[in-house]
Write a protein that binds this ligand. Structure first.
Ligand SMILES: Cc1cc2nc3c(=O)[nH]c(=O)nc-3n(C[C@H](O)[C@H](O)[C@H](O)COP(=O)(O)OP(=O)(O)OC[C@H]3O[C@@H](n4cnc5c(N)ncnc54)[C@H](O)[C@@H]3O)c2cc1C
Length: 471
């Protein structure tokens, strides 16, 4: 009896149609949800779609080139992709330009939306579209080889001063890249065209500006420490005021913040140098100042703020006093933003898909059968890869619970997954890129990188990625 039991169980599993899930987006959220689901609900088949021919979302296109250790998660993602219950279909956009959500629905039991946040929040001030004002998101995409930003033009050779609006880790990433010695960057997977442009950069001073104070800054200790250690770069701030802010609160029960504040007080070991970075507080941008002929940015105007309320919830209140700062480059780094997708509920106010532990809800707060979300699209564009992982596991658990409870999925009946969409893709001239294809693209990137003495040289044009597969 005991010998026959596993056989009986496997026969019954084989007889049950697999649970077919489409995953939209191949960043950490999509991969970690898949990882958990394949483990906890073995009779699962997953097709993961991405608009780009290459997977891994912001791990490839967001994480700074000088943080290679963060990108080790790709090894976990490779393991997921090796599972023969998993398929990757890169180069397939879900939504208006590729496969519609309604078309996906016909071929799957459920869909997981994990397409992240591909836009950014704007300042909403006059002259924000002037040449020389850009999103940190575009700058990051540009140096990391994101095809959409391959041809970004920035006046790096026309000015020595950049202003970064926002005080989170992305703001420090871009400040660090602007001020890092080129020889350090050369060893990373930063794109060659970015290196070439940065080699002509005249930027020497980067001001990282926030509307509140040091206790409210959103960056973390590791990133601040790196910034303080940049060789030859002096750190400037209003030290007396910063010290008074730190002294005004009891941080004994908040060790991470205490550590960060002591770093701030200590500053940088570099006391002399021709490069600098500064942290400027209590400033809200009110206007970008154009140059004489209106063709580019020449400065930025701020309203000076004061803080009101307890330090962990305080608000910046405008004082009616203004200040102008000269600069030739402004990078806004005040947050990423998800976009709505036709056929998927979206909460414009919160900028995310309304959900209950990952189960998508309609506008009457009712659960929508078979529709799930994870990652930045689920909880808003904040948090590191580890928090995205926990969040993805939560969604996977919700899916598994729904399956265990026999909750309704998209529509009854046997589903074919991507096979059912093959004719449609062909008709639309969409050539899906498999994970094996991606590995060929990656091998070509490694090969070019080896010649250049760097980990990889990313292809930054979609056609170049696809051309590897023709060879
Ligand atoms: C600049 C920057 C630096 C960061 N650095 C770090 C770091 O050092 N350490 C760390 O732990 N975390 C870092 N993070 C955070 C980390 O990248 C995120 O937590 C994580 O990537 C979010 O995962 P996600 O899967 O929700 O979204 P994403 O990683 O954005 O993945 C979304 C995927 O969906 C795809 N997609 C979008 N639209 C469509 C569509 N219509 N159809 C099909 N596919 C689509 C995209 O191409 C992308 O592959 C950084 C983030 C940024 C922005």
């Amino acid at each position: 009896m005991t010998i026959l039991l596993p056989l009986a169980r496997s026969l019954s599993t084989a007889a049950v149609s697999p649970f077919r899930l489409a995953v939209v987006g191949s960043g950490p959220a999509g991969f970690y949800t898949s990882h958990r689901l394949l483990k906890d609900w073995p009779n699962t088949r997953i097709d993961m779609y991405d608009a780009l021919p290459v997977p891994h979302g912001l791990v490839r296109f967001g994480v700074a080139p000088d943080h290679p250790e963060v990108k080790n998660v790709m090894t976990t993602f490779d393991k997921v992709a090796e599972d023969d219950r998993f398929r990757f279909l890169g180069n397939v956009t879900v939504g208006s330009d590729g496969i519609a959500v309604d078309e996906l629905k016909q071929h799957y039991d459920a869909i997981l939306f994990s397409y992240g946040a591909s836009e950014d929040r704007r300042l909403g001030i006059p002259n924000e579209d002037l040449y020389g004002v850009e999103s940190a998101r575009a700058f990051v995409g540009w140096y990391n080889g994101l095809p959409r930003h391959r041809d970004l033009q920035l006046p790096l050779d026309q000015t020595d001063t950049a202003v970064v609006i926002g005080q989170g880790n992305v703001a420090l990433d871009v400040a660090r890249v602007l001020l890092s010695p080129l020889d350090e960057l050369r060893k990373t997977d930063i794109t060659e065209y970015a290196l070439e442009t940065l080699s002509k950069s005249r930027i020497k001073h980067v001001h990282v500006v926030g509307r509140r104070g040091p206790l409210q800054a959103a960056f973390t200790t590791k990133e601040l420490r790196e910034q303080m250690s940049l060789p030859g770069v002096v750190f400037k701030t209003d030290s007396e005021w910063v010290k008074s802010q730190i002294a005004s609160v009891d941080l004994s029960k908040n060790r991470p913040l205490k550590r960060m504040m002591s770093l701030l007080e200590k500053g940088s070991p570099t006391k002399n140098g021709d490069k600098s970075w500064s942290l400027q507080f209590l400033r809200s941008p009110t206007e970008v100042i154009p140059n004489a002929d209106g063709s580019a940015v020449e400065g930025i105007r701020y309203e000076i703020n004061r803080l009101e309320g307890p330090f962990d919830r305080c608000k910046a209140i405008g004082t009616g006093e203004f200040e102008t700062q000269s600069c030739g480059l402004v990078l806004r780094s005040i947050g990423y933003k998800s976009l709505p997708m036709e056929g998927v509920p979206f909460d414009e106010r919160q900028g995310r898909v309304p959900n209950n532990f990952g189960k998508i809800m309609d506008k009457n707060d009712e659960e929508l059968p078979g529709l799930y979300t994870a990652g930045w699209l689920k909880r808003g564009p904040t948090g590191v890869i580890v928090s995205t992982m926990s969040d993805a596991y939560e969604t996977a658990d919700t899916i598994v619970n729904d399956l265990k409870e026999g909750k309704p999925m998209l529509s009854p009946g046997k589903k074919e997954g991507a096979d059912g969409l093959a004719a449609l893709l062909k008709e639309r001239n969409i050539r899906p890129v498999s994970y094996a294809d991606w590995k060929k693209i990656e091998a070509a990137e490694f090969a070019i990188g080896a010649q250049l003495g760097k980990p990889r040289e990313k292809f930054s044009r979609i056609q170049d990625m696809l051309d590897v597969l023709k060879a």
